[in-house]
Design a protein around this ligand. Structure first.
Ligand code: B12
Ligand code: SF4
Ligand code: SF4
Length: 396
């Protein structure tokens, strides 16, 4: 193919492509070369040795770092970014008797995987109209490559201390995706790190998950923990606050993100009731109803269980007395031990006499060992230090 087209053709193609971004619905685009990501590979090996992986990453580190293992003779990687909103207009109030949880911004609006795939399809068509012999392979999030490493190499943004890619014009409120191609487009230059001496994200992380600049221990990260399905440790449950899915703290505090809120991508705009829902109805939501309410968002990929568990945790953190009958319902009737045990913890946090009576009764009936331990701990903890009602949940 190259023999048929000159370097000048590809330079012109790239210029035209950059000019076509608004019509393609893409906010930023850059080109990365296809050499192996040697430095990243060393980081990933270290990351694994330290036990910092989340388990959601592609396990094959060669595939993660060598584009030629994923595509026959790749010539360039087109990296794209789509900017998303950070502010909730007309946010419903979370108040006593009507407490609400929050989904992280990365799950506002339609699932970003779907939105980015749509933009990639438009891009692919645009390229095919001009170069019929083009070959491409698209990746968003679930692909083998590190979307951030590609974006960094393509000059979309710098790899920041909160471990996100920050584009100077959009902040870190961007989703990333890439397209491997057989087109020899000229690579762009990475941009300079602009974090400077700032450490706001590291200082603000509730769990100390940012163990160093740009380095994350996923196992400690609330974003990861809200996506797990098992019991959560007591001290971490307190730090989850009212987060139902994901965590935005290390981005919210970032000065580069200040005032940045992207409202131009129609599919990514939030429905306030969906992203800041009432907690109590979530306790008993069925599978079908969950899919109806959340199936379009990126928060649904792990099913309803983590979000329901997090709703129970949030009610415990709020010490929401009006939710005691509903939490007792979960404690007694939910078929999932994680939900029953966590409801036990939440009732212990609230500590009203109705909550404590239910716990005392449940401890004798609970047949799952882990759930029973959690319920017993809730009673013991209450006896050791009854809640004062003065602690406030860090509502986000
Ligand atoms: C696994 C995963 C997670 C895990 C682990 C995250 C992590 N930091 O490793 C969990 C569940 C915790 C997570 C959380 C989030 N995620 Co996530 N996640 C991924 C996924 C699937 C793989 C990331 C990965 O491989 N991590 C391992 C690390 C080692 O690799 P990496 O982050 O790609 O590496 C870069 C940097 O971290 C840095 N780095 C890594 N190690 C080191 C070490 C040192 C010393 C230094 C200096 C730098 C450095 O260099 C690399 C190149 O830039 C990617 C999609 C993909 N396929 O790449 C999305 C992705 C990274 N996630 C994304 C998002 C939006 C989020 C959340 C904001 C969602 C939320 N609101 O809750 C949070 C952010 C948390 C955070 N501070 O990172 C976006 C990031 C967009 C951006 N602007 O950066 C991605 C790219 C998805 C996408 N396609 O848009 N995620
Ligand atoms: S997403 Fe939350 S828990 Fe994870 S590193 Fe950022 S602030 Fe810390
Ligand atoms: S808060 Fe400061 S250190 Fe952290 S990512 Fe933003 S600019 Fe960089």
């Amino acid at each position: 193919m190259q023999s048929l087209r000159t370097a000048g053709f590809y330079e012109e193609l790239k210029r035209e492509l950059l000019a076509a971004l608004p019509e393609l619905g893409i906010d930023k685009l850059g080109i990365a070369s296809t050499e192996p990501f040697a430095e990243l590979k060393q980081r990933l090996i270290k990351h694994r040795e330290l036990g910092y992986e989340s388990g959601f990453e592609e396990p094959d580190l060669d595939k993660r770092t060598d584009p030629s293992l994923l595509f026959d003779t790749p010539q360039s990687i087109i990296a794209i970014a789509i900017a998303y909103p950070s502010k909730l207009k007309d946010a419903p109030k979370s108040e006593p008797g009507a407490r609400r949880g929050i989904l992280a911004r990365a799950s506002w609006g339609d699932d970003y995987h779907k939105v980015l795939r749509n933009r990639m399809e438009r891009l692919e068509q645009w390229l095919r109209d001009r170069v019929p012999e083009v070959r491409t392979e698209n990746m968003v999030d679930t692909g083998a490559l590190s979307d951030r490493a590609v974006a960094e190499r393509a000059g979309l943004g710098w790899s920041a201390k909160n471990s996100c890619i920050i584009a100077p014009e959009f902040g870190s409120w961007i989703y990333l995706g890439e397209m491997l191609t057989n087109l020899p487009l000229s690579p762009d230059n990475p941009i300079t790190d602009q974090c400077g001496s700032c450490t706001k994200c590291i200082d603000a992380c509730p769990t100390g998950a940012l163990v160093g600049p740009g380095q994350l221990n996923s196992k400690l990260c609330i974003s990861f923990i809200t996506q797990t399905k098992d019991f959560v440790k007591e001290d971490v449950m307190r730090k989850i606050g009212n987060r139902l899915y994901g965590c935005d703290t290390c981005q919210i505090v970032c000065p580069v993100n200040k005032g940045k809120n992207w409202t131009h991508q129609p599919e990514l705009q939030p429905d306030p009731e969906q992203v800041k829902p009432l907690l109590v109805p979530l306790l008993t939501i069925g599978n079908k109803e969950f899919q109806r309410q959340y199936g379009n968002t990126s928060s649904a990929w792990r099913g309803r269980k983590p979000i329901q568990r997090n709703a129970v945790i949030a009610l415990g953190n709020f010490k929401e007395e009006s939710a005691v009958p509903d939490l007792i319902g979960v404690l007694r009737k939910d078929p999932r031990p994680v939900l029953r045990g966590t409801a036990g913890w939440a009732l212990g946090q609230i500590g009203s006499s109705m909550a404590l009576d239910a716990l005392a009764e449940a401890v004798g009936h609970e047949d799952d060992e882990e759930a029973r331990i959690m319920i017993r701990r809730a009673l013991e903890r209450h006896a050791e230090s009854p809640p004062t009602g003065e602690e406030q949940v860090a509502e986000v």
